[in-house]
Write a protein that binds this ligand. Structure first.
Ligand code: ADP
Ligand code: TRP
Length: 348
């Protein structure tokens, strides 16, 4: 693995030597928090890496979704969103997980060595158990409503990562445990059967802040306080006008750092405009209505081109299919080799 040491003796990644991979669950349309916190940094990382793989994790989504039309549509929408936001399919291998069957055979091979106890400790499973406890369930009912897909989720994720020999996995903090489990499972397999799998490292962007939602809590689909990336302008304006504020009058001085409008504006406004809003808040004279209008216009202008590309991409789904299938062929070329080695190693 291409690692070097910096002047203070810390481990530093040489990203230009890494194969970066990440997966996106198509369970909803991304919002501006996902964009700033995950999509944009991941795309930037793909530009610095030696090569990169990005896939639509549709089998992961199947643990949650139950409407086939929804799964199909979200897969297109998420693919179109990443492409519209700058993912270059000529540089990044871009595919649907379900188009790479080798991943699923590797999942089975890994299941034979993955400790059940490890699955019991996975955050997503533990959170589901805690929810059942809160509902007053006990004994066997603690597993109520939990499917095996959720329970074995970390094994499928390990197969995603190991199949294409990726070395660096950009993830949000909540997914770090899954990458650590991937290392555990791959390490156990290699220990028993010989060196088949490359052990990956996770990569968490430390400095990206969490964007607040329109009610001040972390922007999240689960709180329904999010601003979607691609939506009708009038609806977006309405949503932005709902951002929570205190009741200070326009002429009163306000602390910009306490304002949700200003916090969001920092990610979309130009430097001059940010300065203007900051000064207007500090000195008084900047009303919340005007600030919200500035925020609306900045988001619209930032997302104008991606939105147009998104609409164009969504109008030709056959083109998206063709792009993803081409990516799947490239991913399969690597995954087939990994699978062959793993099969031979275990004696199949
Ligand atoms: P949600 O909370 O809306 O369900 P996800 O859990 O699907 O979002 O998050 C996908 C990725 O987007 C995560 O890896 C996380 O790093 C990033 N992300 C989510 N919400 C925010 C936010 N409010 N600000 C910055 N990044 C975010
Ligand atoms: N579990 C990830 C999430 O919920 C999505 C994902 C699936 C993934 N397979 C992956 C991320 C492999 C990185 C690598 O966001």
């Amino acid at each position: 693995m291409g690692k070097t040491i910096d002047h203070k003796g810390f481990k530093v990644m040489d990203i230009s030597k890494q194969r970066v991979l990440t997966g996106v669950k198509p369970t909803d349309l991304p919002h501006i928090g996902n964009y700033i916190g995950a999509i944009r940094p991941a795309i930037e990382l793909t530009k610095k890496a030696e090569d990169s793989f990005l896939f639509i994790a549709d089998y992961h989504a199947l643990n949650i979704l139950r409407d086939p039309k929804e799964l199909k549509e979200y897969s297109y929408q998420v693919a179109a969103a990443w492409l519209a936001l700058g993912l270059d399919p000529d540089k990044t291998v871009f595919y649907r997980q379900s188009d790479v069957p080798e991943i699923f055979e590797i999942t089975t091979l890994l299941s034979s060595v993955a400790p059940k106890g490890l699955m019991n400790r996975a955050h997503a499973y533990k959170a589901a158990i805690d929810k059942n406890k809160e509902l007053g369930n006990t004994g066997q009912d603690l597993d109520k409503g939990i499917n095996m897909g959720l329970y074995t989720y970390p094994i499928l994720m390990a197969a995603d990562i190991l199949s294409v020999k990726s070395t660096l996995i950009p993830v949000g903090k909540d997914q770090v445990q899954h990458v650590e489990m991937t290392r555990d499972i791959a390490g156990t397999f290699n220990h028993i059967f010989g060196e088949v799998f490359l052990l990956p490292e996770f990569y968490v962007q430390e400095k990206t802040e969490l964007l607040p939602g329109i009610d001040g809590r972390k922007m999240s689909k689960s709180y329904n306080n999010h601003i979607p990336l691609f939506m009708d302008s009038k609806k977006r304006r309405k949503l932005i006008m709902k951002i929570m504020t205190d009741s200070k009058l326009p002429e009163e001085a306000k602390n910009p750092d306490d304002s949700l409008i200003y916090q969001l504006f920092c990610h979309f406004g130009t430097d001059d405009a940010k300065q203007e809003m900051r000064a207007g808040f500090e000195q008084g004279g900047m009303g919340y209505g005007d600030a919200k209008q500035m925020l609306f216009e900045a988001i619209e202008s930032h997302l104008k081109e991606p939105s147009e590309r998104y609409v164009e991409l969504m109008s030709d789904k056959k083109n998206i299919d063709a792009l993803l299938l081409k990516g799947a062929e490239q991913a399969r070329a690597v995954a087939t080799e990994t699978l062959r080695n793993a099969r031979v190693a275990v004696g199949l």
